[in-house]
Design a protein around this ligand. Structure first.
Ligand SMILES: Nc1nc2c(ncn2[C@@H]2O[C@H](COP(=O)(O)OP(=O)(O)OP(=O)(O)O)[C@@H](O)[C@H]2O)c(=O)[nH]1
Length: 386
């Protein structure tokens, strides 16, 4: 599947960099265009793989390249003011080369949190291709403002995109490690999962899949809308004698042997029941997609079928697509995309924060109205005196 990636804010830019790194190392070429947008000049300069002419500084007139300091209303305003500059950087991307747009942002800060929904809205207005979001939730230890930003931005972002794939930093923090210490490994983890998913169907090294996952299957799975989460599991392969290439010359009787079948079906279970990018109860899933990637002889169709049947029971949905993606690798990897998940404790928690913030805002407004009324009363009394 061919994607145009747009990373907004620091987290967004770094995740897009990580996706480019995956794309190059796996020689998968699912990235057609990659763009970084930020209000902070230094964050753009710190990126590695996004070409310098595809790094767009917005809000210069307002914040002079110094960032918006976690003010996501300001982040939204500067994006709205400078959105034409961002769209101009996408001008050379022909929509025939792109199957979808992917807008990536950390939802706890200011630039990405405020800007991503605004840009997604514009992209949807201008292009017919789907616009997906990748939203990164803050760690609980990052403080109230990050949680509040994420709570507000999440609600808007999910409305503006065709599907929001969520990564919860909090669920991925290693014990004793702050979220910041682990960013590089978190980004690599997310890039690996999305990389396997989106590179499915893109021909690598002339390998042909038995039952290809093409872009329309990814699009149909994500068409449930709402929120998605991604699971992953992999197994290292034992090298057989006769050198690396001999694995690709195995006879057809090896192709669907019991070992390969069990390996694939158990990887599908592990990917689903292991740590998801956004932990949730999988029984509230609307649609799912399974991608099994590895050397051709390890891609057992019966294993995929068995895994799909199990996933149908586990998720309660019949809308499960699946297929393989042959690659020259020492691993078999499985990605499970669970789309339209509804039973997500972390989202419920954020919604409660958003409702509470709205209630406090209304109370504050009501209190200021009361104060105003009492001031008016005083004025009336004063008027009465004179
Ligand atoms: N997974 C991941 N999360 C990140 C990364 N960098 C920052 N974050 C998270 O993203 C949120 C902050 O967003 P940033 O992207 O730094 O902020 P910004 O959008 O640049 O906005 P401002 O700095 O306020 O202008 C926090 O919750 C961070 O934990 C990263 O490289 N990977």
């Amino acid at each position: 599947m061919k994607l145009a990636l747009i990373g907004i804010g620091q987290a967004g830019g770094k995740v897009v960099d990580a996706l480019l790194r995956y794309d190059r190392s796996a020689r998968s070429s699912f990235v057609t265009a990659a763009l970084a947008v930020n209000t902070a000049r230094a964050d753009l300069a710190g990126l590695e793989l996004i070409p310098p002419d595809k790094r767009v500084l917005v809000g210069q007139a307002r914040v002079k390249g110094h960032g918006v300091g976690a003010d996501n209303e300001l982040g939204a305003e500067v994006m709205a003011e400078d959105v034409d500059e961002v769209l101009a950087a996408l001008d050379d991307v022909s929509s025939t080369e792109v199957d979808a747009f992917l807008v990536v942002a950390g939802l706890g800060g200011g630039t990405g949190s405020g800007g991503a929904p605004v840009l997604a809205h514009e992209l949807k207005r201008l292009y017919t291709e789907p616009v997906y979001g990748i939203g990164i939730l803050p760690g609980r230890d990052e403080g109230g403002i990050y949680t509040l930003n994420a709570a507000r931005s999440f609600q808007t972002f999910v409305r503006e995109v065709d599907n929001l794939i969520v990564f919860d930093n909090d669920a991925w923090r290693h014990t004793g490690e702050s979220v910041k210490q682990g960013y590089a490994s978190l980004n690599e983890e997310l890039a690996r999962r999305l990389g396997v998913l989106f590179s499915a169907g893109e021909v690598t090294d002339g390998q042909v899949a038995e039952s290809v996952v093409d872009s329309s299957e990814i699009i149909n799975t994500l068409a449930s809308g709402g929120v998605s989460t991604v699971g992953y599991a992999s197994a290292r392969l034992e090298r057989r004698g006769g050198g690396f290439l001999s694995r690709f010359r195995s006879s057809s009787s090896d192709v669907d042997d019991g070992g390969a079948m069990n390996r694939v079906s158990s990887l599908i279970r592990r990917a689903t029941l292991g740590r998801l990018t956004l932990p949730c109860d999988v029984s509230g899933t609307e649609r799912a997609l399974v991608v099994v990637s590895g050397p051709p002889e390890t891609l057992s169709r019966r294993g995929i079928e068995r895994g799909r049947t199990w996933l149908e029971e586990e998720t309660g949905t019949m809308e499960i697509r699946g297929g393989d993606a042959p690659v020259d690798s020492d691993f078999v990897a499985v990605v499970v995309l669970l789309s339209g998940v509804t039973s997500v404790p972390r989202i419920k928690e954020l919604q409660a924060v958003a409702i509470e913030a709205q209630r406090e805002g209304q109370e504050r407004d009501a209190t200021s109205a009361d104060n105003l009324a009492s001031l008016l009363d005083t004025d009336d009394e004063l008027d009465a005196l004179f």
